[in-house]
Design a protein around this ligand. Structure first.
Ligand code: MTE
Ligand code: MO
Length: 324
């Protein structure tokens, strides 16, 4: 077999990008569709090499989004080695260590519920329903750390419009992939799976709400939610479900994972708000994980809506202390 990968083919998270780029660009040749790319990504498992899961590959033809923050971008090594993805364990270093065998192809996302056009979208098709944009967003975890990440995707509103929600649809429920065989680390983390989240329909329609397929020029790393995830830059990180498999239009406010776990601390809205603490954390400041040495760089003040003031009109007249 001509294109058999070496048995020591390693994951991008442990291989300097420059080293593996050369090889896979050679292997991929002129292939640019996601379908062709995912076919390649399956190969390691066929040959019983060490790498059994999916690895990031470059995404072609991505436009720059004009609204990107100009703050320094967090290095990819940090973003991919300091993660919350409880399906792969609750320690920050667990997802990078344990998600290597996660195979994300074939994959599809079911769009269903209160809508005229329910559909199951194969990931290859879903990825190209709108032009892909690189959007550099701030990304704030409720635990008090923040990142600046160049994500790749398009506004979720594209999918909402295609689905044509009925007049009964007031909320959108999201569900992550879960398989206890593939994700044995989930048991014992204290939360329930599959991981679920939700938005009000108007939040889901907001142009900032990103359906995300990639990061740093590549498809998503497994530990960051491959092959498709949500990114809600004005909300705490836990609202942004990883490895998305279901989008459901519903009449009433859907249950959400962290709200189920501790309703007094984690609300449905979970907008970043320096004035409302989340025990045991203060939300007044954040530790920006930046390009400097070490994880813990300078503390900076946290801003309401994580600085994304364009969403304020969604919450006009609402008491943000009550609707935390
Ligand atoms: N399915 C799933 N999605 C998830 C989580 C998780 O445990 N499972 N953790 C959330 C939390 S708490 C945060 S802060 C972000 C982290 O995203 P990142 O690792 O890409 O920075 O993912 C969110 N999405
Ligand atoms: Mo988080």
């Amino acid at each position: 077999m001509l294109i058999k990968p070496k048995p020591d083919l390693t994951y991008a998270d442990v291989t300097p990008r420059g080293l593996y780029m050369g090889r896979r660009n050679f292997l991929l040749g002129a292939l640019t569709t996601y379908g062709a790319v995912t076919a390649y990504k399956r190969l390691p498992s066929l040959f019983g090499g060490k790498a059994k899961g999916s690895v990031p590959v470059p995404i072609q033809g991505v436009q720059k989004w004009p609204g990107s923050t100009t703050e320094p971008v967090t290095p990819v090594e940090k973003v991919t080695h300091y993660n919350n993805f409880y399906e792969f364990g609750s320690d920050k270093s667990d997802p990078a260590r344990n998600s290597g065998n996660f195979l994300t192809t074939p994959w599809s996302v079911s769009v269903e519920g209160e809508c005229e056009k329910p559909r199951k979208y194969p990931i290859d098709e879903m990825m190209h329903l709108a032009p892909l944009e690189e959007r550099i967003y701030r990304h704030r975890c409720v635990e008090g750390w923040s990142l600046v990440v160049p994500w790749i995707g398009y506004s979720l509103s594209t999918i909402v419009k295609l689905a044509q929600p009925t007049s009964k649809a007031r909320y959108v429920a999201f569900e992550s992939y879960y398989n206890s065989i593939v994700m044995p680390w989930a048991t014992g983390t204290g939360i329930e799976f599959p991981y679920v989240e939700g938005l009000r329909l108007d939040e889901a329609m907001h142009p900032l709400t990103l359906l995300c397929f990639g990061m740093y020029g590549d498809t998503l790393y497994n530990q960051d939610g491959a092959p498709v995830r949500m990114i809600l830059p004005w909300k705490y990180g836990y609202k942004s479900v990883k490895s998305l498999v279901k989008i459901r239009f519903v009449k009433s406010m859907p249950p959400t994972t962290w709200n189920n776990y501790a309703p007094n601390e984690y609300g449905f809205y979970s907008n970043v708000n320096p004035g409302v603490d989340t025990v045991p954390w203060s939300q007044a400041e954040e530790m920006r994980i930046g390009p400097g040495l070490g994880l813990f760089n300078a503390k900076i003040p946290t801003r309401l809506f994580n600085g994304y003031n364009e969403v304020a009109s969604l919450y006009a007249g609402m008491n943000l202390r009550k609707y935390y």
